[in-house]
Design a protein around this ligand. Structure first.
Ligand SMILES: Cc1ncc(COP(=O)(O)O)c(C=O)c1O
Length: 394
């Protein structure tokens, strides 16, 4: 029976990781995989995570099952972290999920149960897993213009015009901050415009918050999401603990459904629990408990926030440094928008042949759409990387 499956398309990022590992060149640079790296190229366990894990090891007395939605203390911690006072707790249904990917999938499943005909509007471009998850949940993806390659910013007129096509009960997927792959983020005025548009069209925003703290800081990064939560009757949020807490492989995620009333909240919470049961029964607990421990303890929380801020500052420095080095190497401002973009990713405007030449000739690994992960840079690599990009993209 299984011979009927054919072969699934290989994941280009996994392939890139394998090729990078097999490359013997000492000066190779991995700008591909979407993980934060420090100045030594490591993805460290955060100090607050180590401390929280030590506490759990010493004090945890059971690993018995929890409820289907996971630990209510984790939901409350994530709700407060993301929403602050923007939405009353009585309006918010929540469930723990395996990572932000699991949160997206369960949010989309929730949409399908409520409105099987919903279209899910995705930015052009977006994280490639977004359309895959939309289709896997049995929904139809639609596209809105977003990135303006000429300016490295947002095509506001195109976005507005395309989203006028959203119908009652459609979903608009927005990147909470650090847009992947462009780094071109919505500004406060854009969030306000989108909230008005969603209200007028009866569309529901689904906010993918995978990089909280990586753009401008925790509260600034959550501001757009909070504006929507405070002004709209329904907002869906898919949050990830992978990057902000460095808990990638622990699979920490949380789906939040902000509802118009407490009875709707109860129905959404029951459906989220059912969706978990039908998928994997119980969400992973360890990473979620680490996050809850950190958020509930003032000292651990301050320590975590400071380390996250240092990561953010390193990314901002790398952006400035690479933009300046590219200006020198290219003799133009063609790559100037790198400095204004935010988070780990930007598009350098390379076509697949140029991406291949960057790999083969210079040992620079990036994915085929020309996305770079700036966190893969060491400061000392910047001049050489800038020269290689300027040479191949000239
Ligand atoms: C835009 C975006 N959303 C969600 C995720 C989900 O991350 P995870 O499932 O590892 O928590 C990622 C990870 O790369 C991402 O880039």
């Amino acid at each position: 029976m299984l011979h009927a499956l054919g072969s699934a398309a290989p994941d280009p990022i996994i392939r890139l990781m394998q090729d990078f590992a097999a490359d013997p060149r000492a000066d190779k640079v991995d700008l591909g995989v979407g993980m934060y790296r420090d100045g030594e190229g490591r993805t460290p366990v955060m100090a607050a995570v180590r401390a929280a894990e030590a506490r759990l090891l010493a004090a945890q007395e059971t690993k018995g099952y929890l409820g289907l939605a996971g630990d209510p203390a984790f939901h409350a911690g994530m709700r407060d972290l993301l929403l602050g006072t923007a939405a009353a707790a009585e309006r918010v249904a929540a469930a723990g999920t395996p990572g932000g990917t699991g949160a997206l999938r369960q949010a989309l499943e929730l949409v399908r149960r409520a409105n099987p005909g919903a279209r899910v509007w995705l930015s052009a471009p977006t994280w490639p897993n977004h359309p895959a998850l939309v289709r896997a949940a049995g929904l139809a993806p639609a596209t809105y213009r977003y990135y303006d390659a000429a300016s490295g910013g947002i095509d506001r007129a195109g976005m507005r015009a395309d989203l006028e096509g959203a119908a009652l009960g459609d979903v608009v997927l927005l990147h909470g901050c650090c847009h992947n792959p462009t780094g071109a983020d919505l500004m406060p005025g854009d969030w306000a415009d989108l909230a008005v548009m969603c209200e007028r069209r009866g569309a529901v925003p689904l906010i993918d918050m995978a990089y909280l703290g990586f753009a401008e800081g925790i509260d600034a990064d959550a501001a757009g999401l909070r504006l929507m939560a405070a002004s709209l009757p329904e907002v869906l949020i898919a949050a990830s603990g992978s990057k902000s807490f460095g808990l990638y492989r622990e699979r920490v995620g949380c789906v939040l459904a902000i509802c118009e009333s407490a009875p709707v909240r109860d129905a959404a919470a029951a459906m989220l629990a059912t969706l978990n049961r039908e998928s994997y029964a119980f969400p992973p607990d360890h990473g979620a408990r680490v996050v809850t421990t950190i958020l509930a303890d003032a000292a651990l929380r301050a320590d975590w926030a400071a380390e996250l801020e240092a990561m953010r500052a390193r990314l901002a420095r790398l952006r400035q440094g690479l933009a300046e080095a590219l200006r020198d190497a290219a003799g133009s401002d063609r790559f100037g928008s790198l400095a204004a973009q935010r988070g780990m990713f930007s598009l350098i405007g390379a076509d697949p042949d140029q991406v291949e030449r960057l790999r083969a000739t210079h040992g620079l690994y990036l994915i085929g759409d020309g996305r770079i992960n700036l966190a893969g840079l060491r400061e000392a690599d910047i001049p050489r990387v800038a020269r290689a990009i300027a040479a191949e993209l000239a």
